[in-house]
Design a protein around this ligand. Structure first.
Ligand code: DQA
Length: 146
């Protein structure tokens, strides 16, 4: 089986961008640890990042034909704005886990609402890069159970 790890806008700048909030690791660092973690259990990992809402939607659509069984997504700022990405996830009917490096609930009020949380399997937030590790651990367990 296969997991898609999908990163939204500005996450290509991880390690350079607001490092007090998002940490020192680059997206490459996060993706390569994620690959190692998942491959230990014989599961494939596809990693994608886009700054474009339409591209993220197309990647989600393609996940269906790519036989992705679970999506781990950090929608970044689109968390708080994108009905379209939410609808794409519902359209493909692939279960997903929502991830954030920071805890949006202890930040500005406009970050308190997510268009994803009420339809996600689970939400992991506030652990920095470890949020991805915990989410992927949960994703592996879900896949093993099925
Ligand atoms: C984020 C939180 C969002 O509010 C923000 O727009 C991001 C990153 C996080 O991982 O903490 O870009 O999703």
């Amino acid at each position: 089986s296969k997991i898609l790890l999908l990163h939204g806008p500005n996450l290509n700048l991880l390690g350079q961008r607001e490092t007090d909030i998002y940490g020192d690791l680059s997206l490459n660092d996060i993706n390569s640890s994620a690959k190692k973690q998942v491959e230990k259990d014989g599961i494939d990992l596809e990693t994608e990042q886009s700054n474009s809402e339409s591209e993220l939607i197309n990647i989600i659509h393609q996940a269906k034909s790519n036989n992705v069984s679970l999506i781990v997504i950090n929608p970044a700022a689109y968390t708080h704005t994108s009905v379209a990405i939410r609808d794409a996830l519902l359209a493909v009917e692939i279960p997903f886990i929502e991830v954030h490096l920071s805890n949006p609930h202890r930040r500005e009020p406009f970050r308190h609402h997510s268009y994803f949380s009420d339809v996600a399997e689970a939400v992991v937030a506030g652990f920095g890069a470890d949020s991805y590790r915990y989410a992927l651990d949960a994703a592996i367990n879900i896949i093993k159970k099925n």
